[in-house]
Ligand binder design. Sequence first.
Ligand code: SAM
Length: 249
Amino acid sequence: MAETTHFGSRDVPLGDKQAMVDDVFRSVARRYDLMNDLMSFGLHRAWKDALVTALDPPKSRPFSHLDIAGGTGDIAFRVIEAGGNQTRASVCDINADMLAVGRERAAAQGLGDAVTFIEANAEALPFAERNFDAVTIAFGIRNVPRIDAALAEAFRVLKIGGKFVCLEFSAVDVPGLDRLYDLYSFNVIPALGRMVAGDADAYRYLVESIRRFPSPQAFAGMMKAAGFARVSHQLLTGGIVALHCGWRL
Ligand code: SAM
């Protein structure tokens, strides 16, 4: 029998998921950044800043950073801003429409060759082994059909001594907030998606996919299985988001 995975709350053949995910991000690319601000009341900015703080890019030496599933470039832009003038970021994403928005934003910010955009699948990265000082992925891993393969690739391209940081939605663990969060997620977000991005289904998928993502403990186990050491995580905003860190040692 064909292997299955989930696309939101539906079980689908493993081989079908990527095309469905690609449709979602093709549909919302132009409104993606605006929707992030509206849906999270701007909180995604603080979560992304927390990732960059955890990464702690150096100010005075060369630093090569890869942001997987980097979409419109938010993480890379922040890493370049936080690091020194020898910081270089590569944004890799499977979706050309998301990358097109990212390239426009990078040009508008005058980032020049500090950032490069590459169309590639997280499950098969087009980079040599031990190539980057740091690898990140923000709100991307739950969209990738084969999470194990993506973690193995993140590990492979990281230099020895390099850090991996993953930001992903998690499960709210504050009594009361969990029910409010569910009500908001399943009712308001798809309606907002319809009004702002013209696609309620895309945002229903995004909400449902959060509920299907492994617990932080289970994900930590997957990171260890991929080879990462000193694996840790911290919950942000009552568990809405988890920040996972690991090293290649
Ligand atoms: N990291 C960005 C951010 O935090 O704003 C974008 C996150 S967005 C929710 C998820 C991104 O994952 C999309 O840009 C999508 O195209 C990308 N993606 C999905 N599957 C992928 C894959 N197999 N390889 C690389 N990128 C993928």
